[in-house]
Write a protein that binds this ligand. Structure first.
Ligand SMILES: [Zn+2]
Length: 320
């Protein structure tokens, strides 16, 4: 190009445009950097990301849950894939900061959005995705609704996400697989928070990924698809395994005693109260009002979640 005055002006304009674009891109980048996925070491080769304990927001990109990671010599195993394509991508970046191993396997511990809506991203990376077969109907029926809710909360940050089913279904109540030389045991006892919830047990490390079977620090949620009876049966299986460390579905990495106090005891108290109410012919609203939740109001989100939990447990007991 000849160095004519016009070309010179054009060059200056292009340089200005490039500068302006850089400013816009940086602004965009700082907006997207709100979610910081960072894996903390739990034990040899095992890591956990402890997510936000409040509701789904733009700041946490819908990822208000924990994610687990096991690094083997033949690849990385991710426990749960995140809430969206974008949050899955950020989980992947966090994995890369911990290991150079590719994510070869993804396990979905249940059918709640943040457990599996990142599957599309990891499937595109070539990962094999495993879940219990009992999660399938739940994923199919609620996946699109979840996505709509996330779109409303996240806007364009939810784009690229499509409900993508696992590539391999586990069909047994007890199943063992060796992934990259590490033994994984999967325990299914009828579901918990969602119908497909299962435990992921690493016997060699005495470590358990509980998915939404264990909530600590914050109050658990009994939702319409939850089964509190099966939830306690799943919990009992975990007690039998006697893990030394638990990566819960929500809350800080924990031990069995804390899981019992924050999850099991609350579920037991709810069920005992509601069973008596149903047996005595007490109506729903009186049963909710007379439930003493004072021991559990220390848990985050308790005031918002307890009334709904009480109501749905009553309805479940009525059906039993
Ligand atoms: Zn959850």
């Amino acid at each position: 190009m000849k160095n004519t005055p016009t070309a010179h002006v054009r060059f200056a304009f292009n340089r200005w445009l490039k500068g302006a674009l850089t400013v816009v891109l940086l602004a965009g980048a700082s907006l997207s950097a709100a979610l910081e996925v960072r894996f903390e070491p739990v034990t040899d080769g095992v890591f956990a990301y402890v997510g936000d304990m409040g509701p789904r927001t733009l700041a946490n990109e819908g990822l208000n849950a924990n994610i687990g990671l096991v690094v083997t010599t033949q690849g990385a195993v991710l426990i749960d894939s995140g809430a969206t394509w974008e949050s899955a991508r950020q989980i992947h970046e966090a994995v890369r900061r911990v290991t150079t191993q590719p994510v070869r396997w993804v396990i979905n511990t249940g059918g709640q959005d943040h457990r599996w809506l990142g599957n599309g991203y990891f499937k595109a990376q070539g990962a094999e995705i495993l879940a219990h077969a009992s999660a399938e109907a739940d994923m199919r029926s609620r996946g699109n609704d979840h996505l709509e809710t996330l779109r409303a909360a996240l806007g364009p940050r939810a784009s690229g996400t499509t409900p993508t089913l696992p590539t391999r279904w586990l069909t047994q109540p007890d199943q063992q697989l060796e992934l990259g030389g590490v033994v994984f045991e999967f325990k299914y006892r009828g579901g918990a928070h969602t119908p497909g919830d299962m435990l992921v047990w690493l016997p060699q490390k005495k470590l358990l990924f509980s998915g939404d079977v264990v909530y600590v620090d914050r109050m658990l949620g009994v939702i319409p698809v939850s089964q509190t009876k099966a939830w306690l049966a799943t919990f009992a299986e975990m007690e039998r395994l006697a893990p030394t460390r638990i990566v819960p579905g929500h809350g800080r990495v924990t031990d069995l005693a804390t899981a019992q106090a924050d999850t099991r005891d609350y579920l037991r108290a709810l069920r005992a109260h509601m069973k008596k109410a149903v047996d005595d012919g007490v109506d729903l609203s009186s049963a909710i009002k007379t439930f003493d939740a004072s021991l559990y109001l220390r848990l985050l989100n308790a005031a918002e979640l307890n009334p709904g939990n009480a109501s749905r447990t009553y309805l479940e007991l009525e059906r039993e």
